[in-house]
Design a binder for this molecule. Structure first.
Ligand code: ZN
Ligand code: ZN
Length: 375
């Protein structure tokens, strides 16, 4: 009886491991099974850069990089993807004759980004776009995320950035035989020549000419595109913190796209909250009666919670009350800074005769007629 149970368990474990494997390649790219070809490319583009061992020195980054490359290798290949979707990793092994040789993940990376694969070769990077982003201070207080749109140039989908209607429309430039440059021989004196290398005018130095332009991008190779991004605002995010969206700036066939950099700041609202690092500043206006006799008020904080402002004695104009733990959150910590409430005292525009008399009594001990006489 017992061996049968064990066998059954083993069977279900095997089945389970196959299922887990089947989900893994998609999971490696943060995708689900409905991912399109475009999603797969985008995920590989984003993750392979993030985990490239040249950049990411975290333990486990290299392993992750290899995993991502393998997932991309399979999922970007129609045949392999179909086999994988149906039969999982085991199916792929069977397809490749019992082995499952993985391509070199660095080759995959270099092919994808088109660096030619020469180690040490300088990669041309496109311009990095730096912009300032103003967010509500309340979002920096509570943490949150905002969506924003970026208009940029992306490689034309139709011609894949060649600018030609089809690959048959790209021809080697006949003027420079594909060299991109021409040697011009000039006679400076009789019998004396100079040779100069000049960029070929016909092809603009590319060595290729396009006979028929891509109808989609009209030969520009890139098209305008509006993309939505999410900015995650952590609690207590420092002012001016830069958030980098790697490789998300303008695309171009001649370079690797630069980064979009957002410098995040809080909006300056007139008369509102001010922030200085973990300190929060608020100006509260009180009447002269409150300044003299004390008061109790409710201040609504950035997230809507109520801070009780209470003073029992005299409050001088410009006095700053320090309230602990009601300031901004410390970035990456669970404690809060201080709240500084500065009191602004306003005097009444005019006094009624009764108030005037009573004040005079209070301050000078008589009914106020004397005050007038003294003046
Ligand atoms: Zn040419
Ligand atoms: Zn095009």
């Amino acid at each position: 009886m017992a061996p049968a149970v064990a066998l059954f368990l083993l069977g279900s474990l095997l089945l389970f491991s196959v299922l887990v494997n089947a989900a893994d390649l998609y999971k490696a790219l943060d995708l689900d099974r409905s991912a399109s070809e475009k999603d797969i490319r985008a995920a590989y583009k984003r993750l392979s850069r993030k985990y490239h061992p040249d950049k990411n020195k975290d333990p486990g980054a290299e392993e992750k990089f290899v995993e991502i490359a393998h997932a991309y290798e399979v999922l970007s290949d129609d045949t392999k993807k179909q086999i994988y979707d149906r039969y999982g990793e085991e199916g792929l092994k069977a397809h490749e004759g019992g082995q499952n040789p993985h391509a070199n993940p660095f080759d995959i990376f270099q092919n994808f980004f088109g660096h030619g694969g020469h180690p040490g070769q300088q990669v041309r990077r496109g311009p990095t776009s730096v912009s300032e982003m103003e967010v509500n201070l309340a979002d920096m207080y509570t943490g949150g995320s905002i969506e924003f749109m970026v208009q940029k140039r992306i490689l034309c989908d139709h011609c894949r950035g060649t600018g030609a209607a089809s690959s048959n429309d790209i021809h080697t430039c006949s003027s420079c035989s594909g060299q991109g440059v021409k040697i011009v021989r000039q006679q400076i004196f009789p019998g004396m020549f100079s040779q100069a290398q000049v960029t070929c005018q016909e092809c603009g130095g590319r060595g290729k000419v396009i006979k028929k332009l891509c109808p989609h991008c009209k030969g520009h190779k890139t098209v305008s595109h509006t993309q939505q991004y999410t900015l995650e605002i952590p609690k207590g995010m420092p002012e001016g913190q830069e958030v980098v969206y790697e490789g998300e700036a303008d695309e171009n066939p001649d370079w690797e796209a630069g980064d979009i950099v957002l410098r995040v700041k809080s909006k300056k609202e007139t008369g509102g909250w001010r922030r200085k690092e973990s300190g929060l500043y608020w100006k509260e206006t009180i009447g002269v009666d409150e300044a003299l006799l004390g008061f109790e008020r409710n201040l609504t904080h950035l997230d809507g919670h109520i801070v009780n402002l209470k003073r029992s004695g005299v409050t001088q104009p410009g006095f700053v009350q320090v309230i602990e733990d009601e300031g901004m959150p410390y970035y990456g910590e669970s404690r809060y800074g201080n709240l500084y409430v500065e009191y602004n005292v306003v005097l009444p525009q005019a006094l009624s005769p009764t108030i005037k008399r009573k004040l005079a009594e209070a301050f000078h001990g008589h009914d106020g007629h004397g005050v007038k006489d003294e003046l």
